[in-house]
Design a protein around this ligand. Structure first.
Ligand SMILES: Cc1cc2nc3c(=O)[nH]c(=O)nc-3n(C[C@H](O)[C@H](O)[C@H](O)COP(=O)(O)OP(=O)(O)OC[C@H]3O[C@@H](n4cnc5c(N)ncnc54)[C@H](O)[C@@H]3O)c2cc1C
Length: 580
């Protein structure tokens, strides 16, 4: 190891393994990651060094090979489903298996009823079938409820009734699903349910697209790859046009909505659950955002520790020697050399760029953010696991909380991640622009996370409305809390008539080291934005005489600010939970 790096590592004021264990969520999880890392490292065909020089075709073929090796490792080591996601990340490439495990299989688990799970789930978990999630269309992505693919019910189809699936126009062509271009043979298809002329909106279907044996597209199904992308090129994102294809009635996933043979439509629970896969995917994306940024920050900090440019007087060099060299090393330095180091540091060598305040100003906040986003993702994961147990028991109280939590973290963490990775790239000077530096390709691969599953703007509209609701419940109805949204409790606790006084200047230095003070400051900031935005919104409603899409549009910039501020409250709340 280069001496500069060794010295920096020895300078750590904390136990590196304690922190590593906390990052991975405990010793057991760390052991699991360690085992998976060894499995990946010992397979030469899973190394990533050559990926950045490949053509798209070669890269896809390598992705298939990786997919095959992944399945082999899973089977040989009996890796349970819930432990496969870290292994997928360790593959270091975006490929169809990711869609299968993050969207396809979880949708079957959460939206298919027991009998339907018996038909498809085990095959999915064993990769005997390969699926994706086909929701977005050429003209509708953000507005999920606007999709146009139709599923028209006909009780005379098959013995038990069936669906007539059709792409009614070019606009309705499915566009983007990962793995649909070449790899998968089935998908969760989101299509509008129409029964006896009545439109019930989008619902999920199990839909086979390729022959199980030959892999040829099935009759009436036209599939294609949508072409090269900025990054994410191991993934075969695809397009699909469906021409009058019939499937059995029970191919609609029926855990929360049932359609009987005679066409009777019945809800079981809350139909918002039909979009539950998106909540889960947002959770997974936001949980990975901290790691993506951490990868870039790690490369950049290492580079900055090793990279030396210009000379700078390092007044603490003597202290460095005392702190960071052990006795043997100190003895090994001839006294004359020590003297040279201490007396004329500026003449000795150029400075590590890591020591420049400007470099630290850019990199260190990214380092802190990587931790904050990662731990927030971990906490959200625990909350989601608890909520999922309730959903499976048909209790839906936690739906709004999960929606707000995962949407806020997904919206904000992915934008901060992408911006932060680009900052890191720039902090590596010219070398940062080389693929070999790693950050550039990782950045391009992570970049679409800020777009898919709802971009920042679209999600902030949904989150912002919930924040406005909380303000209005407090101000108009005098509510002191809403047990269904515990993460918004700080809004109910705020009294806008009694703003907190600014601290005294003399106390500021110590207060800035105090977590409670910082958290209160972030909540104050958020509440200021929430309450003033709510007031602006009310004024708009009064001016326009009604509440509608136009009124909402006048406060969309406020909604974005509110979502940002709320995310920082969530980040700050996760730290004490972690360390307690
Ligand atoms: C790499 C990648 C992989 C993907 N994988 C899948 C997949 O596997 N399956 C799948 O179904 N889909 C997938 N998608 C599609 C993805 O989910 C959508 O592209 C995404 O949700 C954005 O929708 P859109 O393209 O319609 O954006 P648009 O809605 O066209 O966004 C354009 C602009 O309009 C703004 N905008 C939209 N609505 C509003 C509004 N109401 N108010 C203010 N501004 C608004 C947006 O903020 C944005 O700035 C993938 C996309 C990418 C890039």
């Amino acid at each position: 190891v280069i001496a500069d790096l060794r010295r920096e590592r020895r300078g750590a004021t904390f136990d590196i393994w304690d922190l590593t264990t906390a990052i991975y969520g405990g010793q057991e999880a760390l052991d699991m990651i360690d085992k998976q890392t060894r499995l990946v490292m010992q397979e030469p065909r899973l190394q990533t060094d050559d990926l950045w020089w490949m053509s798209r075709k070669e890269r896809y073929i390598r992705a298939c090979e990786r997919g095959e090796l992944f399945v082999k490792i899973v089977r040989e080591n009996n890796i349970p489903f819930e432990e496969r996601y870290p292994l997928e990340l360790l593959l270091g490439e975006d490929l169809f298996i990711l869609l299968h495990d993050v969207m396809f299989a979880p949708t079957l688990m959460n939206l298919a009823d027991e009998e339907q799970q018996g038909w498809w789930l085990q095959k999915a978990l064993n990769y005997d079938i390969l699926g994706t999630y086909a929701q977005t269309e050429l003209t509708h992505g953000s507005n999920v409820r606007g999709i146009k693919t139709t599923a028209e019910y006909d009780e005379n189809l098959f013995e038990e009734g069936g669906w007539h699936i059709h792409t009614p126009s070019l606009e309705a062509v499915k566009w983007w699903p990962g793995g649909l271009g070449k790899s998968c043979n089935c998908c969760i298809l989101m299509a509008r349910v129409i029964i006896k002329g009545k439109d019930y909106g989008p619902h999920p279907f199990f839909f086979q697209v390729r022959d199980w044996e030959t892999h040829a597209s099935l009759p009436g199904i036209e599939l294609r790859d949508i072409g090269a992308k900025l990054g994410y090129n191991g993934m075969d994102n695809g397009a699909m046009r469906i021409s009058h294809v019939n499937i059995p009635r029970r191919n609609m996933l029926m855990k929360f909505v049932i359609v009987e043979k005679d066409g009777a439509y019945r809800k079981v629970g809350d139909d918002k659950m039909l979009f539950g896969t998106m909540t889960y995917t947002r959770l997974k994306i936001s949980s990975g955002a901290g790691f993506n940024l951490a990868k870039a920050v790690t490369s950049t900090i290492r580079y900055s520790a090793v990279r030396r440019q210009f000379q700078m007087q390092r007044v603490v060099l003597g202290a460095d020697i005392d702190n960071h060299l052990d006795d043997d090393e100190k003895d090994a330095l001839a006294s004359q050399d020590q003297l040279k180091l201490l007396v004329k540091p500026s003449k000795r060598t150029e400075a590590q760029v890591l020591d420049y305040s400007s470099q630290q100003f850019i990199i260190f906040p990214q380092l802190a953010l990587a931790f904050a986003m990662h731990f927030a993702g971990q906490e959200a994961g625990k909350a989601y696991d608890a909520a999922l147990l309730e959903f499976r028991a048909s209790k839906f109280d936690a739906l709004t909380e999960m929606h707000v939590l995962t949407s806020t973290l997904k919206a904000v963490s992915t934008v901060l991640m992408a911006d932060g990775m680009e900052q890191c790239r720039k902090c590596m000077g010219g070398h940062g622009f080389l693929n070999a530096a790693g950050v550039g390709p990782q950045y391009l691969s992570a970049l679409p996370q800020a777009t898919y599953e709802g971009d920042f703007v679209v999600l902030s509209i949904q989150v912002g409305q919930q924040l406005l609701n909380a303000v209005s419940s407090k101000m108009m109805k005098g509510k002191k809390s809403n047990p269904k949204t515990p993460s918004l409790q700080y809004i109910y606790e705020c009294d806008p008539a009694k703003p907190s006084l600014p601290p005294k200047a003399a106390e500021l230095d110590s207060l800035l080291q105090n977590h409670d003070f910082l958290m209160a400051a972030l909540k104050s900031r958020a509440n200021y934005i929430h309450f003033t935005s709510a007031q602006t919104f009310q004024e708009e409603v009064a001016a326009q005489g009604k509440m509608g899409a136009e009124t909402l549009d006048t406060v969309k910039i406020e909604l974005m600010r509110m979502t940002y501020a709320h995310a920082y409250v969530l980040y700050s709340e996760c730290f004490p939970k972690l360390f307690s």
